[in-house]
Design a protein around this ligand. Structure first.
Ligand SMILES: C[S@@+](CC[C@H](N)C(=O)[O-])C[C@H]1O[C@@H](n2cnc3c(N)ncnc32)[C@H](O)[C@@H]1O
Length: 204
């Protein structure tokens, strides 16, 4: 399931985050642990909101690549200017479950609101791909939507964004990430709707 209408997605994002999207994504960039000069990959980058925040975080000496299967969102992302002092953002067409990127070629991999778009049986494959492209010691940040607890809240999300989002089981994420070979180092919530997991690729 890809996003075909980037402007509608942006509008929806602004509404769903009640004007706090930039603040939330800036916090996510901080939580990624990326450092100035890092090479960063954003898997399922969409319109590039997190990609641009990562570019600001790693600065001019860093590099950030966003990958997404949807040409319209990539075109939209290419048209947005990163903040001054940011790394350049490059965007490529691609899919999480079979990344074109070489082994061990990134210091940090981030992925936000993407995993629930994949069929369940492809999620472990996508996480193993993120493990493959990270250098040993590299960091992973996975961000997902935490569905509301109330039945009515889930019903509304189901109507607006579909079943996968309304019933996403974020509590299973930590184990899924560990099973892909990562060492999970932290997790938590970013208001209003986001759950994140921080992990590292250990070993060689
Ligand atoms: C809800 S959007 C999230 C976009 C962005 N990461 C954000 O947080 O705003 C999900 C994105 O995942 C992308 N996507 C869907 N299937 C994918 C796949 N197999 N591999 C990578 N990305 C995929 C969609 O095209 C879409 O841009």
């Amino acid at each position: 399931m890809t996003i075909g209408t980037p402007r509608a997605y942006e509008l929806c994002g602004a509404l769903c985050f009640v004007g706090r999207r930039d603040r939330a994504f800036s916090r996510l960039a901080e939580l990624s642990g990326a450092e100035p000069g890092d090479r960063v990959l954003d898997v399922g980058c969409g319109t590039g909101c997190l990609t641009r925040h990562m570019a600001a975080r790693v600065g001019r000496d860093g590099s950030v690549t966003g990958v997404d299967p949807s040409p319209p969102v990539l075109d939209y992302a290419r048209g947005r200017k990163p903040r001054s002092g940011s790394a350049r953002c490059a965007y490529q067409e691609g899919i999480a479950e079979s990344l074109d990127q070489p082994d061990a070629s990134y210091d940090t991999v981030v992925t936000s609101l993407m995993l629930h778009h994949l069929p369940e049986d492809l999620r472990p494959t996508a996480l193993r791909e993120m493990h493959r492209v990270l250098r040993p010691g590299g960091r992973l940040l996975v961000v997902e939507f935490r569905p509301p607890k109330s039945a009515i809240g889930r019903h509304l999300v189901h109507g607006g964004a579909g079943r996968a989002m309304a019933h996403h089981q974020v509590d299973l994420l930590d184990d899924l990430i560990a099973d892909a070979g990562f060492e999970v180092s932290g997790h938590g919530d970013v208001r209003p709707w986001l759950y994140y997991v921080q992990a590292r690729r250990t070993g060689q």
